[in-house]
Design a protein around this ligand. Sequence first.
Ligand SMILES: [Zn+2]
Ligand SMILES: [Zn+2]
Length: 145
Amino acid sequence: MTEVRRGSRRPERPVACGQCLCGAVRFEVHGPLRPVVYCHCSKCRRSSGHFAAATACAAEHLRLTSADSLRWYASSSVARRGFCATCGSPLFWERLGSQRVSIWAGTLDTPTGVTASAHIFMADKGDYYRVTDGLPQWPGALPQS
Ligand SMILES: [Zn+2]
Ligand SMILES: [Zn+2]
């Protein structure tokens, strides 16, 4: 998933497309996207400037069509964050060893086809805003269902 894949075996139209602010990183999603989850953890807040809105897909369904500026930052011992080295936009989050990758919903072209479903890591949220949209709120990660 870290390399541009050419000569695709999947010629169908992507489910979604996205890019960073400057366009140096571009990607397509060729499989279902998870509903958007808002993450209020301190790492998402520091790296994005606010809380993060992330959808996700299977790693094999993410196709990087332009990735020369994509860099990965190991934000903890278990996860890394993908961002554009040119414009600084956060794009991806990946748990090491996972077969899924989170995608910052704001990087997707509209219409995205996804809607928000929950707030997570509310115990870690910033003190300067309130969450009043009525969606479920969890103190930490989403409970396994
Ligand atoms: Zn960029
Ligand atoms: Zn987070």
